[in-house]
Design a binder for this molecule. Structure first.
Ligand code: G
Ligand code: G
Ligand code: MN
Length: 755
């Protein structure tokens, strides 16, 4: 998943800075809105109050004006009613005279219209055109209604009307003033505020004398209705003053505009200010966050310390922690790559060195008799000795770093173009470094053996060249050489052999192990007088397993005894089978030198031979006798006492010691096949074989030569006085059935086959 980008973080409020800015802006906006509400409310209510007051006073002024006008008109009417000329005209019912008087009055401009009204409903008028309904309303109002002034509607037009009775006559002088738009304008002009006035007939709102707020098509308006007396009881009249409230607010509009502008500017200023300020506040935290992240990725970075406050201290402590971490890792890395005892680099560091270069060769130097030296001088001194030796090897190898690979093994990497060159370098270094080293003032002799390995073949199990060099070191020691390169063929497949021994034990029970017999030819008797029993193992998966391999492993793991006991029992049984077939043969069984230190094995063997009456020969490897001489010699004595002949096997292949040859109670000596195989072409081997035969005879031993493959070798051995011969020429090791078949062939034919 992609990590969120800065914009995404900003939008989702994932940065401290955005959150701070938004918080401050929110708080400021809230304050702004609250004060705006307060200002608007205060201003509105004060404006309304002002309008209401103004209306109330305008209303009062109007009613005074109305009253004043009414009485003025009444007085005018009364004055006219007193006029003798008019009275006379009325009395004589001189209508034209009355009309002209009225016309004069109207023309004077003092009133819009005038009328003489008789109680009989007879009316003479000027400037007016009263209809029957108006006359009727007038009569009622003036007569029974007791009115002397009020609103009257004529021809759809409202008039202010005032009347005075004509003395001595049944009638009235009526003055009328048009309540038209012009009149209203005059009224409006009297007010300090621009309100609109209108006389409304049958108003929908009943007058309360108090200004009220109503909704009009121009928005909210304040309205005050002032009831006027009306002649027609069916028609109510009122003076209505209206004032749209938005006009009252008009003077404040600029104020509001300014307030809004100031608020917006303040908000913008606050936002940028907070943004800038919070940057200063959050930058160290952001830097710290970044540093923590990078340390997590394995990078050692420091966070900048920009202030002395808590964040600054946090950054400082973080840096100190990173420093400690770095030191600790360096120490751990050093420990992982170095030997604690000598301070030298260790196996791991050598492996790293070796992996870099295609021409790199690892040379391991093993200190010979390491345990012996160490137990003589102690662990501490051994550590110092190895350090000195390492320094010496490093100096000899042009300063190549020396690693301690095992208890007594030092290693280094050299660059060489071939195996031979690497081996030569190893031999040279091992020889040159073998000078005594002084430990605690006393010189200690040092002998070194070297193992060499280059890069392994692909697919090999031993991928580490250090591992292979260590095996090469063992191989060099086994071969008694100063240096050896890793030999893959000789190494074989030890991993595959790890389970071999447990398999061998079950194999014994399952009958996978058998004995093969190889004939031994007796020169004097001119025929086969004995056989050697050789163990064979046919593994269900691996097929034939080499006896050298499984016998060597059985010896090393302490399993050789059950194997040998089985072989002895089998050999005794088979000898009976041979006897039954008419062949009286000595059966030779190979006995591991290790069993010569096992008294109870000797008990077993002696008992088996005694109870079966078998004629056995035990072939014992000569080198094994050397290992634990006293006990071995005693056990061999017991075999001899029990009538078992003893044969010294593989004579000449190990370190022969004439001392033991003299002391051991053997009957026979078997010359190792390595001498016999070279008999045909090597005069030297011939000499050695001849002198060995003479030596053995001198000690009273019979001699068997093994590895006889050619008639020449057989003839030579006969000439040298050898007693017996064994080898492929005479017969290969075969199962008992095949052996019996072969033995059934008459002796003469056998001889012919040999010749
Ligand atoms: O022919 P062959 O490859 O089997 O002999 C290999 C080696 O195994 C020989 O040195 C022989 O002495 C040894 N060997 C064969 N059978 C036995 C046995 O039964 N016991 C012991 N100890 N060694 C044996
Ligand atoms: O070590 P010991 O003598 O037990 O071993 C006998 C070994 O010698 C067996 O491995 C056997 O197979 C081998 N052997 C016997 N005769 C010959 C021979 O003529 N030539 C060779 N190369 N090996 C032989
Ligand atoms: Mn043998």
């Amino acid at each position: 998943m992609k990590p969120p980008g800065p914009v995404h973080r900003l939008l989702t409020f994932r940065t401290l800075r955005t959150r701070l800015t938004v918080l401050y802006m929110g708080l400021f906006s809230l304050g702004l809105i609250l004060s705006a509400i307060a200002v608007v409310t205060a201003v509105t209510s004060s404006a309304r109050g002002m309008v209401r007051d103004e209306m109330a006073s305008a209303g009062a002024v109007y009613s005074q004006l109305w009253d004043a006008r009414s009485s003025q008109m009444r007085e005018g009417a009364a004055a006219m009613a007193r006029d003798p000329g008019l009275r006379a005209a009325i009395a004589t019912e001189d209508a034209p005279a009355v009309r002209s008087a009225l016309e004069d009055l109207r023309a004077s401009g003092r009133v819009d219209g005038a009328m003489i009204l008789g109680i009989d409903g007879q009316a003479v008028s000027a400037g007016l055109n009263p209809d029957a309904a108006a006359i009727d309303a007038l009569l009622k109002g003036l007569g029974s209604g007791g009115l002397d002034g009020g609103v009257l509607t004529m021809e759809g037009q409202a008039f202010q009307v005032a009347a005075a009775p004509v003395a001595g006559a049944a009638g009235w002088v009526v003055f009328a003033e048009r309540l038209d738009a012009a009149q209203m304008r005059n009224l409006e002009r009297l007010s300090a505020i621009p309100l609109s006035a209108a006389v409304v007939l049958n108003p929908s709102q009943v007058s309360t004398g108090q200004p009220a707020t109503i909704e009009t098509d121009k928005g909210e308006s304040m309205q005050l209705a002032h009831a006027l007396p009306s002649f027609d009881p069916g028609v109510k009249a009122a003076l209505v003053l209206t004032y749209p409230l938005h006009r009252a607010m008009q003077p404040y509009e600029t104020l509001f505009l300014w307030l809004t502008a100031i608020g917006a500017a303040g908000l913008a200023l606050l936002m940028s200010g907070t943004w800038v300020l919070s940057r200063g506040l959050t930058r160290p935290i952001t830097a710290l966050d970044e540093a923590v992240h990078r340390v997590q990725q394995g990078e050692y970075v420091e966070a900048p310390v920009t202030s002395a406050d808590e964040i600054g201290r946090l950054a400082g402590r973080f840096n100190a922690m990173v420093g400690d971490l770095k030191d600790r890792e360096a120490r751990l890395t050093h420990m992982a790559l170095h030997d604690q005892e000598t301070g030298l680099p260790n196996r791991l560091s050598l492996e790293r060195q070796a992996s870099g270069h295609a021409d790199a060769w690892v040379i391991l130097f093993g200190v010979d008799r390491f345990e012996v030296v160490r137990s003589a001088i102690g662990y501490d001194s051994m550590g110092r000795l190895l350090a000195v030796l390492g320094a010496r090897l490093s100096a000899l190898a042009d300063g190549a770093p020396i690693a301690r690979v095992g208890a007594g093994a030092l290693g280094l990497v050299i660059i060489a173009s071939s195996k031979a060159e690497a081996l030569e370098a190893a031999e040279h270094l091992a020889a040159a470094a073998q000078e005594p080293i002084s430990v605690n003032g006393a010189p200690v002799d040092i002998a070194l053996t070297a193992g060499v390995a280059g890069h392994g073949a692909a697919g090999s199990d031993l991928t580490s060249s250090v591992d292979r060099a260590a095996i090469a070191l063992d191989q060099a020691r086994t071969a008694r050489r100063t240096a050896a390169a890793f030999d893959e063929v000789a190494y074989g497949d030890p991993a595959g052999n790890l389970s071999l021994i447990s398999e061998l034990m079950t194999a014994l029970a399952d009958g996978e192990v058998s004995l093969a017999y190889q004939p031994k030819y007796d020169f004097r008797a001119g025929g086969v007088t004995g056989v050697e029993a050789l163990m064979r193992w046919t593994h269900p998966r691996r097929g034939a397993v080499a006896p050298d391999l499984f016998i060597g492993m059985a010896e090393e793991t302490g399993h050789i005894r059950p194997l040998t006991e089985w072989a002895i029992r089998r050999a005794i049984e088979d000898q009976k089978t041979m006897a039954a077939a008419g062949h009286s043969l000595t059966v030779a069984v190979n006995i591991s030198g290790r069993l010569l230190s096992d008294e109870s094995f000797a008990d077993f063997a002696v008992n088996e031979v005694a109870t079966s009456g078998a004629t056995l020969c035990f072939e014992i490897t000569e080198t094994a006798v050397m290992g634990n001489p006293e006990m071995a010699l005693r056990i061999v004595d017991r075999f001899a006492d029990a009538g078992i002949s003893v044969s010294l096997d593989d004579y000449g292949s190990g370190l022969s010691s004439l001392t033991y040859l003299k002391r051991i109670r053997a009957d026979e000596l078997k010359i190792d096949k390595s001498f016999i195989l070279g008999l045909d072409d090597s005069a030297r081997d011939g000499l050695l074989v001849k002198s060995t035969i003479d030596l053995a005879h001198g000690l009273g031993l019979k001699v068997t030569a093994e590895g006889v493959e050619t008639p020449t070798a057989l003839a030579l051995l006969q000439g040298m006085g050898c007693d017996m011969a064994q080898g492929y020429l005479i017969g290969r090791p075969v199962p008992i059935a095949a052996l019996l078949e072969r033995l059934a062939v008459p002796a003469r034919e056998t001889k012919a086959a040999i010749r």
